[in-house]
Design a protein around this ligand. Sequence first.
Ligand SMILES: Nc1ncnc2c1ncn2[C@@H]1O[C@H](COP(=O)(O)OS(=O)(=O)O)[C@@H](OP(=O)(O)O)[C@H]1O
Length: 575
Amino acid sequence: MAGLPEPHGGVLKDLIARDLPRHRDLLHESKSLPSIVLSERQLCDLELIMSGGFSPLEGFMNEADYNGVVENVRLADGTLFSMPITLDVTQEQIDESNIVPGQRIALRDFRDDRHLAIITVDDVYRPDKAKEALEVLGGDEEHPAIRYLYDTAGEFNVGGKLEAISRLSHYDYVGLRYTPAELRLHFEKLGWSKIVAFQTRNPMHRAHRELTVRAARTRQANVLIHPVVGLTKPGDIDHFTRVRVYQALLPRYPNGMAVLGLLPLAMRMGGPREAIWHAIIRKNYGATHFIVGRDHAGPGSNSKGVDFYGPYDAQYAVEKYKEEIGIEVVPFQMMTYLPDTDEYSPIDEVKPGTKTLNISGTELRRRLRLGTPIPEWFSYPEVVRVLRESHPPRNKQGFTVFLTGFTNSGKDAIGRALQMTLNQQGGRSTTLLLGETVRSELSSELGFSREDRHTNIQRIAFVAAELTRAGAAVICAPIAPFGISRAQAKATVSQYGSFYLIHVATPLAFCERTDKRGVYKRARAGEITGFTGVDDPYENPTKPDLVVDASKQTVRNIVHQIVLLLESDGLLDAL
Ligand SMILES: Nc1ncnc2c1ncn2[C@@H]1O[C@H](COP(=O)(O)OS(=O)(=O)O)[C@@H](OP(=O)(O)O)[C@H]1O
């Protein structure tokens, strides 16, 4: 393939293509082998080993390669490689699957149980995690990949070469998931010989478009937008939204200048080591140039506000190994907007005194949350539209109002009236989960022991969370007598939207006196046992968002108080 760089180590290790002729035999054999079920991160690594993205690797690293990479940034044969690619296992897995040298083991996908590859075990070794943490990731115990190493990864690594049985199954953006061989072919077809690859785990805006075009212009090259869709930093915008953003941005490049391909990489956020790794991967995909920005693949700062890496550590690292990386690294400073000339410029090229504008990630999230304008100098309207769809403003977000209190405290009447009020306002569908309804529809087999009540509340929380996520207004009105159950419900729902705990603190005597259904009377008579307030406890909430009392306030008045609470958080702003 004239023009495109040689893969790292000289040969593209496309194991899928190599082993395709033996597919049936390998699949057949795998069925009689012990197996290891791979985690999400291991699957990402497997996919890139099998496709050749990690060439020259043909498997998970054995001890010699692992030690070489950790200590010297090199495989045992001397080839530059910066990230340990290891298959970690526990002692139980070793015992269960008889993981010993020479043994062949099937590697399975946890999502669908398919056999994807067979590993022939080279060795099983105990990695020096402290050394790996220090040498590869910088040693800060708060680093997410170091936490993974200590908290999630098994105590042992299994080294060995792979034979590929099947590609991983994907159901999203399948057409954009090029393997290195496919992308190389695509470049060849397009007649491209110089390609600047751009790595990203964030949405792209005008600054990124300017940066990539600038890099391409200075090198007379085309652009590969190569975002990571495997595992990125927790809290990142989900890849579904991001890919829609990239797709929206693509037509903003001069005709035919850029291609979008997705990379199923599990990032380690390893800064300098990761930058070298990223460049090697992009070389395998056929890129000739690779952009390394400020704080490339860095996880930001730790809880004390100390940065895990210096802003240009990654650029220094790729510079140090540039001969061996064999792909030209294009270092980039932050881009900033110059309003007077309506253009973007690397910050180090801005003349002193020139006016500049920036919108930080935090500020962008704030504007999305509030639905306030995002200027066109910052992003394109079509990109903003995609982001707004995934980050609706407060008045389109779902929420849960959780009423807790004694039977006949008025919580059901308040819930019903609140539902009417919200329905009148419109804009969201509203769900009312009364204690009684849930007991008959979801929890009919449960009784009223502490455990059963807890389970009941967690079921309510699960439903409320799912509905909140979908943008609904959810009103729950169980007794929910225990603090721990309410706290867990709050945690479950809060992942997706606001949760309001309203204590309907109507005194028990009032609830009992006005009880027309006669349940308290039956409880007092011993016909119902373990009845809340009679012979079962109710723990008053310690930090409710609102306390109301139906013996002193009307339902209308209480609903109004709740509406004001929701309004103060912007949830009821006119649509
Ligand atoms: N032993 C006992 N203790 C408490 N409540 C009892 C009991 N047996 C039946 N009931 C009736 O069941 C209704 C629903 O209770 P909850 O599911 O809200 O209770 S809990 O939150 O799970 O503790 C609840 O009605 P509402 O409060 O009107 O919803 C009770 O009247």
